[in-house]
Structure formats: structure tokens, C-alpha cells
Design a protein around this ligand. Structure first.
Ligand code: ATP
Ligand code: ATP
Ligand code: MG
Ligand code: MG
Length: 269
């Protein structure tokens, strides 16, 4: 196509190419889900249907984008880890984050009624939307620390929320009073409140609430060669296998070494 005299405006565009040979993590997070979850009467502190909806939406993203090797999610957020050699969109940041967040958001909206039931239709004034960012991590250790940070955050928030909602729903305290009661308390204090006042042993809470969700692609006989060393046809075949691969859902600890020692292929790609 011939260039028009307007073509020069393209020179105003700027592109951020994410550093090569580093782990790219894209995290999507629900916008204003504190209020959103109130608006649609999420069960507190944890609505299992809403967590399932998040997990199923993340699986849609993983099936669509085969560069994702692992995803971790809890509450209204999901982190997608892309393989180090990923060349999707030449690693252009804006293309990556916008594609991930729109695919995730589309899936979340499409699957909403499947998981939340037909009695809670979405209204246009209160649509679920998400933001997203990309960060690159240069080493395996830092990638592991990133995921550990998110899982630790899940635990801290969940212990707080479990105690807060026990005080409100079972202890008939106002939200303000419950928040005041928990101000400056340590984990052991919250465990104690749960146990002595409500007979709840936090350790027995469902693992999905305490640990969040890890998604992994279960790949059989996928070649371990570098994509650069494969022919176009081989690449297409690999891509097909990855898209069809089963996605495994886990609610286990990823902070300790066991998770990684048992699955060396994750960090080795
Ligand atoms: P922001 O737009 O800055 O992300 P936010 O209101 O979404 O603001 P977050 O820190 O992301 O704040 O917190 C998400 C909130 O959504 C949680 O604190 C909780 O109140 C609610 N929430 C998310 N998932 C669930 C769930 N499965 N069950 C109950 N509540 C949930
Ligand atoms: P990329 O993912 O790189 O954006 P693309 O296939 O979306 O690739 P675009 O340059 O965005 O490429 O072009 C969008 C294409 O979508 C158009 O070339 C046209 O074929 C099709 N298209 C978009 N809107 C319409 C429409 N309203 N009616 C018919 N075709 C359309
Ligand atoms: Mg949020
Ligand atoms: Mg959040």
C-alpha cells in the first residue's frame, strides 16, 4: 500500500521490547473487585465459584498462548509465566499485556454465568474488568521469589479475611469493629481468635483458599529442542500438542524446594 502523507505520525510510537532471555511475568488483577464482589454478592471471605471462574479464565489464556509454562492465581489476580525464550510479538510489552488482559477479560465475561449461575447476570454498569502489567525477572531465583511473594500474600490475606469475616458474620461485629480488633495483630493472634472464639482451625481450611492455584501444562513427548532449531512444520506440530495438552490444577506449596525439585522441567523449559 502506498504511503499516505499522514504516515509520519507513526514515528511518534514508542515500543518497549522486554529484555531477551529473561522470565516474563504478566499479572492481571481485577479492577475494584472489593466493590465488585459486594455488588455481585460473592460469598465472604472466599467465593469458590468466583475462584473457579478465575481459574477457568486463566486456562483459556494458557490454551490460547502456548508460551505460558506456569500460571499462579488467587483472589482477583493471575500471574502468567512465559518461557525465557518466548518471542511472541517480538517481546513487545504493550502487545503482550493487552493481549493477555483482553483474552482473560473476555473469558471471564463469557464464563461468568457458567460459574456464577444464571441468577446473577452482569449489568453493563458493573462489568468485570482487569488491569495488567509485565515484569521481567533475570534469574530462576528471582522468578521463584516472585511466585513465593504472591503465594505468601495469598496466605496473609486469607488469614486476615477468614478472621475478619468470622468476626463479622459469626461474631456479629461491625466491619469497623472487626478491622479495629485485627489492627496490629500477628498471625498467631488471628489463629487464636479463630480457634478459641469460633472453633475454626485455620490449618483445616481448604487448600485452594490458603495456597491459591497453580496451573501447569502436562506435556507428553514435546520436543525439548529450542524453537529456533525447529522447522516451520515441526513448530506447528509442537504448537498443536501444547494447545491440546491437559492443564493441571494444583493447590500446593511452591515456596519450598520440593515443588521445583519434583518438576525440574519448569525452570529448564
Ligand atoms: P484494585 O482495583 O486496586 O485492584 P481491588 O478492590 O480489586 O482494587 P484487590 O487488592 O485486588 O483490590 O482485592 C481484591 C478484593 O476482591 C479482595 O480483597 C476481596 O474483597 C475481593 N475478592 C476477590 N476474589 C474474591 C473471592 N473469590 N471471594 C470473595 N471476595 C473476593
Ligand atoms: P494483528 O493481530 O496483527 O492486529 P489482524 O489480522 O487483526 O492482525 P489488522 O491490521 O488489525 O490485522 O487488520 C484487521 C483486519 O480485520 C482487516 O484487514 C479486515 O480483514 C478485518 N476486519 C476488521 N474489521 C472488519 C469489518 N468491520 N468488516 C470486515 N472485515 C473487518
Ligand atoms: Mg483488584
Ligand atoms: Mg487483587
Amino acid at each position: 500500500m502506498a504511503n499516505s502523507r499522514f504516515e509520519y505520525v507513526r514515528s511518534f510510537e514508542r515500543e518497549n521490547y522486554l529484555l531477551p532471555d529473561t522470565w516474563i511475568v504478566i499479572r492481571v488483577d481485577g479492577r475494584g473487585f472489593h466493590r465488585f464482589s459486594d455488588r455481585y454478592n460473592f460469598e465472604k471471605p472466599n467465593d469458590l465459584r468466583a475462584l473457579t471462574l478465575m481459574n477457568e479464565s486463566a486456562k483459556v489464556v494458557m490454551r490460547d498462548i502456548t508460551d505460558v509454562i506456569l500460571a499462579y492465581g488467587d483472589s482477583d489476580e493471575y500471574s502468567f509465566v512465559l518461557r525465557k525464550q518466548c518471542q511472541l510479538f517480538e517481546r513487545r510489552e504493550s502487545k503482550l499485556i493487552s493481549t493477555f488482559v483482553s483474552t482473560f477479560t473476555a473469558a471471564y465475561n463469557q464464563l461468568w454465568s457458567v460459574h456464577m449461575g444464571p441468577d446473577a447476570p452482569l449489568d453493563v454498569g458493573h462489568m468485570p474488568t482487569f488491569d495488567s502489567r509485565a515484569v521481567v525477572y533475570p534469574s530462576d531465583k528471582i522468578l521463584r521469589d516472585y511466585l513465593s511473594w504472591r503465594q505468601a500474600d495469598c496466605h496473609i490475606n486469607n488469614l486476615y479475611n477468614t478472621t475478619f469475616w468470622a468476626l463479622v458474620l459469626k461474631g456479629n461485629q461491625t466491619r469497623t469493629a472487626a478491622a479495629l480488633r485485627l489492627k496490629d495483630t500477628f498471625s498467631k493472634d488471628k489463629n487464636e481468635i479463630l480457634f478459641s472464639e469460633f472453633g475454626i482451625n485455620y490449618n483445616n481450611e481448604p487448600e485452594i483458599f490458603k495456597k491459591g492455584t497453580i496451573l501447569l501444562r502436562v506435556t507428553k513427548d514435546v520436543t525439548l529442542k529450542n524453537p529456533q532449531d525447529l522447522s516451520e512444520r515441526q513448530l506447528q506440530r509442537e504448537e498443536k500438542k501444547l494447545k491440546k495438552a491437559e492443564i493441571q490444577e494444583l493447590h500446593i506449596d511452591l515456596i519450598g524446594d520440593d515443588f521445583w525439585n519434583e518438576r525440574p522441567w519448569i525452570l529448564n523449559n
